[in-house]
Design a protein around this ligand. Structure first.
Ligand SMILES: [Zn+2]
Length: 377
């Protein structure tokens, strides 16, 4: 993976390249960024640049023997540790580790470098189990990294999602991370530092990967996905800097139509105070599952924002489909400076509670009551 295939993140790329060119290669680094920010892809590009034999000021060459193998993810000095679990073919007795799934991992990552954890588990077919990086994996890492590097200057271990490491695995690895063999680099790629065991976190140099800039995301959606500028801008806006999210949204345009219907229904019922209808409707959203509930709330925030834009007469900033636009135009008088902040606050609150595994019925009932009150303000 070359830096040029990483979406956006220009500042970070420059910074990473500069540290390598100045010979400041920290032996343990934490690429910390939200899902879809490109944290994993950046780690791959970093590893490739590190071992490229003909690198330029801005990127690895992409054609030297090292780059060639790196790009196929088959370089003998590039190691992976990723969350896995028992499957039909690799039962618990076999002590599942990344090696058992390395071909699947390579093809998944080559197919989509912005692979998400949920997508990976789906490919693994681990039947709703969570993946983990076990103590057996830690042992294997130690064995591997104690070998001399095969071909390149640096041995690189990319450990994806240290969040999935338990205390036993972390303890086994600590000494190696503290005093690694010469020219060995650990790249920990994490999404949520609060869920990583502190002892390992404190030993890695943190590198914050921000959300992808909206303009860069928009550009990529036009170039790689063939979207029109309006459509790309809309998706980019909704994706909050996550390319994975953008891809998901693209696949779920139909889902979006459902959210629109939900939104229009709720707003009508909440405004009219038809709470019995709301209770009936609630069953639909309760059954939809937490992921959809969260997506719906994000969508609702987006549509409220657009309604408010209409209200303020800022038409040109509005990115909506026809149906949505008609609705937003009619609905916009009800979203105004007297209630818009509070509406956002309530939606955010609900989003937070759903994320923390709160009871959906209670959360949405409360939300409807609040929204009804606010709309009539
Ligand atoms: Zn190269």
């Amino acid at each position: 993976m070359q830096f040029q295939s990483v979406i956006g993140q220009e500042e970070l790329k420059k910074k990473l390249i500069q540290t390598i060119r100045e010979g400041r290669v920290s032996h343990a680094q934490l690429f910390w960024g939200a899902e879809g920010s490109g944290n994993l892809v950046l780690a791959l590009a970093y590893a490739q640049y590190l071992n490229c034999t003909n690198r330029s000021d801005t990127d690895s060459c992409g054609i030297c023997p090292s780059c060639n193998k790196m790009q196929k993810l088959i370089h003998p000095d590039l190691h992976f540790a990723v969350p896995v679990n028992a499957t039909k073919n690799v039962p618990t007795e076999k002590k599942p580790v990344t090696d058992h799934f390395i071909n699947q991992w390579r093809s998944a990552l080559l197919n989509n470098p912005y692979l998400t954890e949920a997508q990976w588990y789906e490919l693994l077919d681990i039947e709703n189990k969570q993946g983990r990086i076990s103590v057996h994996e830690a042992t294997r890492i130690i064995e591997r990294l104690n070998f001399k590097s095969f071909e390149s200057e640096y041995k690189v271990l990319i450990l994806w999602l240290p969040e999935r490491m338990g205390a036993e695995a972390v303890n086994r690895l600590l000494k190696l991370i503290e005093e690694p063999p010469n020219k060995t680099v650990f790249l920990l790629v994490c999404e949520d530092t609060t869920r990583v065991i502190k002892t390992i976190l404190s030993r890695a140099m943190p590198l914050r990967v921000p959300p992808i800039a909206e303009a860069a995301l928009c550009q990529t959606l036009m170039q790689l996905q063939g979207l029109s500028e309006t459509q790309a801008a809309k998706i980019a806006r909704l994706s909050a800097g996550s390319y994975s999210k953008a891809l998901e949204l693209l696949q779920n345009e139909s889902e979006q139509n459902i959210y629109f219907e939900w939104f229009a229904n709720i707003m009508r019922m909440a405004y009219a105070g038809r709470f019995l209808d709301l209770l009936n409707w609630m069953e639909t959203i309760t059954k939809a599952g937490r992921e959809k509930q969260k997506n719906f709330l994000l969508y609702a925030e987006h549509l409220i924002r657009e309604c408010y834009m209409f209200n303020r007469g800022i038409d040109k900033a509005v990115y909506l489909m026809n149906e949505e636009e008609n609705f937003a135009r009619k609905f916009s008088p009800f979203v105004n400076e007297r209630n818009v902040d509070e509406l956002f606050k309530q939606l955010n609150l609900a989003l937070g509670h759903i994320g923390q595994n709160g009871n959906p019925s209670m959360i949405f009932t409360d939300l409807f009551l609040q929204v009804g009150r606010l709309l009539r303000k």
